[in-house]
Design a protein around this ligand. Sequence first.
Ligand code: UFG
Length: 333
Amino acid sequence: MILVTGGAGYVGSHCVLELLKNAYDVLIFDNLSTGHIETVKTLKKFGNVEFIKGDLLDEKLIMNAVSGRNIDAVLHFAAYSQVGESVVNPQKYYINNVCGTLNLLKAILENDVKKIVFSSTAATYGNPKYVPIDENHPQEPINTYGRTKLFIEKIMDDYDKAYGLKSVRLRYFNVAGANSDGKIGEWHDPETHLIPNILKSTFGNRKTFEMFGDDYETKDGTCVRDYINVEDLAKAHFLALKYLENGGNTDFFNLGTKEGNTVKEVFSVCEQVVGKSIAVDIKPRRDGDTTILVADNTKAKKVLGWSPEKSLHDCIETAYNWEKILANKNPQK
Ligand code: UFG
């Protein structure tokens, strides 16, 4: 059985679905602070899923969850992940992300579980010194969120040396899209990400889409990001798990497409998918936004045998299908 912390959230739930497709039994441990019980109910239809509503800060609960079951490996997603909030309220982030992980690691090591795939981020690199960013790029995060993820990576290194914990750290770039059959998707409240915000603005009396800055030094003045499809990302987690099962050593990989798209390019694909022009309000730059972030994904391709298959258009099409489902659930939001 695979323990998936944060399995009711956006990336976690798509990875659970990928595990179920590959006939794994899954234990989801999630406090539902940002994840959704409806997502868990949907996942249960596709395989053997056990669910514990719990917080990693509850040391006894996570210890009992692991010791009472036959856990082979862990996929660890549970974390707060809003960059802006992390700067305003760092304590919330350090306690939840770092202390929660320490409790998880204690619980698994005491039960002799030594394989973990960790949801890390491109935010650990900070402002790029060069692009595309490879895994040797210095890790100098510029916000608390990125620092919590970097500290966890370092903790995992120490635990490998001392206790033989084998970890794969997957550093995501901009995750996008939804399950292609419309079962699950991105469901944040509040939503801060580009693609869902553009799409949401097309429903009823929603807020006009705000574009943060068109005076960057890029081809059209807007920021460049590397949008990686969430189902491609889920496949990478499955391959990372296989890698550890086959005796692979601790390692870290960028997950991105190696292609950058500007905010305006993303916007124009959204207009194509929605089939109408979308209103836009140009705003000043958003604090903390880096001009360009693109992944060098050579290492993940070579070592994990992973290759992203879906296009930006696929991401936006599936995201739009999902937004239509969400709009029916929450007509006001
Ligand atoms: N943007 C808008 N309007 C919006 C939302 C976003 O113009 O309503 C712009 C942003 O200014 C930025 C681009 O769209 O230029 C992408 O913004 P997102 O918020 O979608 O994504 P980020 O690149 O800010 O953040 C992502 C992940 C973080 C991770 C970070 C790595 O969501 O978790 O990449 O640096 F930390």
